[in-house]
Ligand binder design. Structure first.
Ligand code: SF4
Length: 237
């Protein structure tokens, strides 16, 4: 199999694995969740076409290793029929991670699932979107930041605005973090934002990155190159 074939399969959610002839099915959550039927479908695929193993990824996805090349079309149909989204790898937007927020966590301040949905549906910023390099978004319901907003390109968490007389709940935003071999801690924007303002920041940051980053340049390095002040002006801060 040549590299182009492998890239095409990777875009469909099947990654070549270490053992020759086998592929890993990579799926992702929608709004941070799988439903019970989807979990049953993934379990069925793993039993029938894999080796009964399901691996949970750091970005809340589920992977099924040991899928044979000849089974990929059948597995793909089963995944789509169950309404499961494929995960991503390579340059592009990775699966957005989201904690439960105020949907059921007692510390949650914001509706994390709702924000996840708005980013995908209203901005069309969704997993696999082509970008110059890896780019991640993490949403947490409160300053405990269980999804690690500080080491993500765009990290968002719910926050009480202590400067507001009514102490309204808003959104804190971190930009320019990443993990990997050269980890960077994101910087936190000084204000507490509304949800609509957060959407605008996400849109402008992704657009700026897509337009100005060189191939394989992560956001942290782009900000370093253009300067933080210019970057903030570009995204309307
Ligand atoms: S970040 Fe906050 S709301 Fe989200 S799971 Fe952690 S404690 Fe709960």
């Amino acid at each position: 199999m040549n590299n182009m074939d492998q890239d095409a399969l990777r875009k469909r959610g099947f990654l070549r694995q270490k053992q020759n002839g086998f592929f890993i099915l990579r799926t992702r959550t929608t709004e941070g969740n799988y439903n019970a039927d989807q979990l049953s479908a993934i379990a069925g695929i793993s039993k029938e076409y894999g080796r009964g193993i399901i691996h949970t990824t750091i970005r809340q996805g589920l992977e099924v290793p040991f899928i044979k090349l000849e089974d990929i079309d059948k597995v793909e149909k089963m995944v789509h029929a169950a309404g499961i989204e494929m995960g991503a790898s390579g340059p592009g937007l990775r699966s957005t991670t989201s904690c439960p927020g105020n949907n059921w966590c007692k510390s949650g301040l914001i509706d994390t699932f709702g924000l996840f949905k708005r980013i995908e549906k209203e901005l069309d910023i969704r997993c696999s979107m082509d970008l110059p390099h890896k780019f991640k978004i993490a949403i947490s319901g409160c300053p405990n930041t269980c999804t690690r907003a500080q080491v993500t390109e765009i990290g968002i968490h719910g926050q009480i605005d202590t400067k507001d007389r009514e102490r309204r709940v808003g959104y804190a935003v971190y930009l320019g973090g990443c993990g990997g071999r050269n980890p960077q801690t994101a910087f936190k924007l000084e204000r507490v934002f509304t949800e609509d303002e957060v959407l605008s920041l996400v849109k402008r940051t992704v657009e700026f990155y897509k337009r100005d980053a060189k191939p394989r340049q992560r956001l942290a390095l782009l900000i370093e190159e253009v300067g933080k002040e210019k970057f903030l002006r570009e995204i309307g801060c």
